[in-house]
Design a protein around this ligand. Structure first.
Ligand SMILES: [Fe+2]
Ligand SMILES: [Fe+2]
Length: 349
């Protein structure tokens, strides 16, 4: 797009009296005349123009000029019209190859040239307008996508709050689990965005507990077998709540809800998946979730010291847990310690 300060037309001609060429355009069209290639390139440095009209002739390397102009992004929409000299067919082909929009062969018919010039100016302006429109549209699409992503994250944070209200012990548990998930994802070398998504989705791993009766969820003593079975339903319930969402993040959360109690050795639930049959986000969340459960107090136990929980993960690497996830977790141990110091778990029984 040309700015007000840009010339609409730049005429490049070695002709001592270029009046015939400048007179082609209406008085309202700003025209600049330059005598040679360097001057033309200098005039158009960092500026746009609708039309560059080049009159080839001795001492004026029109092809070099066309190539030079076409290298400039600011002139992407500029029409270039060449009045060719030399052997016509060859000149025309070379000029078009170099990036000329149109070529006029001698002898020049000035009324024809005037019409072409006007058309080419209109063409350049239309291209500029389309480009501006496309950019505006792209910005709008980007903004709408960002808004929808933010809404999605907001919904997830609200769901996490709902889970926290329901399950007293949750509290900072979910925040620490998400932090540990991030540490593991980082240790595994996953792309940052993927780690962030898994961490956010992991906060809904126990969302299915919304459907577990209070008498079981808050039972101060050990659960009976039927109660334990009912409690185990939370994995499947969480999955059912989320899996058919159009949101990619909620579907990821559904996968984590379903698989965070699976075990690497196949002894977990609800499906008894084994090894890499368990999706990676579930394997990562399992390590983070169990670790945080160990260091937190429960009605039946005080919170473990971090080193004891660490040893448990090491012992269970390859049994309960994916060894790669445990190794990744331990490789970010300092981050984990800092996280727990910042958001301490309730350690008293
Ligand atoms: Fe769970
Ligand atoms: Fe949990």
């Amino acid at each position: 797009m040309t700015n007000a300060a840009d010339p609409a037309v730049v005429v490049v001609t070695a002709r001592p009296d270029p009046g015939g060429l400048t007179g082609l355009f209406a008085a309202s069209v700003p025209v600049v005349v330059v005598p040679e290639v360097e001057a033309a390139l200098a005039t158009l440095a960092g500026r746009a123009a609708d039309l560059v009209l080049i009159e080839a002739g001795p001492g004026l390397d029109a092809l070099a000029l066309i190539r030079g102009l076409r290298l400039r992004p600011s002139l992407a929409h500029t029409s270039i019209l060449l009045i060719a000299a030399g052997e016509p067919a060859e000149s025309r082909r070379q000029a078009l190859e170099a990036g000329a929009t149109d070529v006029v062969l001698p002898p020049v018919d000035f009324s024809d040239l005037s019409l072409r010039g006007r058309n080419l100016i209109a063409l350049a302006r239309a291209k500029g307008a389309v480009e501006t429109q496309a950019r505006t549209l792209a910005r709008e699409v980007e903004r709408a996508a960002a808004e929808s992503q933010e809404r999605e994250r907001e919904i997830i944070r609200r769901l996490m709050l709902a889970a926290e209200f329901r399950d007293d012990q949750a509290g900072d548990h979910l925040t620490r689990v998400a932090g540990c998930v991030l540490a593991i994802a980082d240790g595994l070398g996953l792309p940052e965005e993927e780690g962030n998504d898994i961490a956010l989705a992991s906060t809904m791993h126990d969302i299915g507990k919304i459907g577990v009766a209070d008498s079981i969820l808050h039972k101060p003593g050990p659960l009976t077998e039927p109660e334990r079975c009912e409690m185990m339903q939370h994995a499947l319930r969480g999955y059912r709540m989320l899996h058919d969402s159009p949101s990619r993040l909620l579907r990821l959360a559904a996968e984590i809800a379903l698989t965070h109690h699976e075990r690497w050795d196949g002894a977990g639930y609800p499906q008894g998946l084994k090894g890499t049959e368990i999706p990676l986000p579930g394997r990562i969340t399992a390590v983070a979730d169990v670790f945080d459960a160990l260091i937190s107090a429960r009605v039946y136990k005080p919170g473990w010291p971090l080193e004891r929980a660490r040893r448990f993960l090491e012992e269970q690497s390859g049994a309960h847990f994916d060894p790669d996830c445990v190794a990744a977790f331990l490789s970010r141990w300092d981050d984990v310690v800092a996280l727990v110091e910042e958001r301490p778990a309730d350690r008293a029984a």
